[in-house]
Design a binder for this molecule. Structure first.
Ligand code: C5P
Length: 232
């Protein structure tokens, strides 16, 4: 199975399904985020799970511990493969999420968002955080690990530091990936798929380089080829 998770960032479930019809669930995973979920809700998730796809439900829960625990249970009951919460929700919230998910079998992977990659240094100062971005990311990744979470979503530029600090069994999921030939869109601190995998990313979240390509399946295969070339 490829490390690629395709971000289904579509405004309409029909568009999402017209892409997934071309994909093999044994071959790649899918991410459903806030836009598509708010439009299509659980039925689309259930349909894709029924088709055999591993789904990363990217709803980044952030609320009081009890509410997040119940939301995680609801997500686990949909049969998704991975869910996420914000590490900034704090220790009690992370522990509540961990405990809620542990009741399910198979257990979805539970990962935390540390700092959103859209935040810059001035933004974190404005919300009262001090120090460098990567110090904050590492502190939050350590907190997620200490609370028993499986890993974090991180920028490709944070992979090496987190991998070195938290070891090989901590799952790293990285967006901000762009093949050398692709438009950067609104992503700023990007890296190629092969570089991110070499640095130790477990999963790459890739949206527009695949979903907006004239031939999405071909784009997926070409990206995989670039990863294989550097592994061989
Ligand atoms: O189209 P693109 O490859 O930029 O899509 C990246 C996906 O990863 C989007 O669904 C976006 O919401 C998500 N994401 C991100 N940066 C984060 C967390 C999630 O780009 N820090």
């Amino acid at each position: 199975m490829t490390p690629i998770i395709i971000a289904l960032d579509y405004p309409d479930p029909k568009l999402a399904l017209s892409l997934t019809k071309q994909l093999d669930p044994q071959h790649c995973r899918l991410k459903i985020g806030k836009e598509l979920f708010t439009r299509s809700g659980p039925p689309l998730v259930e349909e894709l799970v029924k088709q055999g796809f591993d789904i990363f439900l990217d709803l980044k829960f952030h609320d009081i511990p009890n509410t997040v625990a119940r939301a995680c249970e609801a997500a686990a009951q949909l049969g998704v493969w991975m869910i996420n919460v914000h590490a900034l929700g704090g220790r009690q919230m992370l522990l509540a999420a961990r405990e809620a998910v542990a009741k399910y079998s198979p257990q979805p992977l539970l990962v935390a968002v540390t700092l959103l990659t859209s935040l810059e240094r001035n933004d974190i100062y404005a919300i009262g955080l001090h120090g460098e971005l990567d110090e904050n990311v590492l502190r939050l990744a350590r907190l997620a690990d200490a609370c028993g979470l499986d890993g974090v979503v991180c920028s490709p530029w944070e992979i090496a530091l987190i991998r070195k600090t938290l070891g090989n069994s901590f799952t790293l999921v990285t967006p901000g990936i762009r093949p050398a030939s692709s438009a950067t869109n609104d992503q700023k601190r990007i890296m190629t798929p092969a570089q991110a995998v070499q640095l130790g990313a477990n999963y790459l979240v890739i949206g527009r380089p695949i979903t907006a390509a004239p031939a999405p399946l071909q784009a997926l295969l070409e990206i995989e080829e670039t990863i294989r070339e550097t592994r061989d």
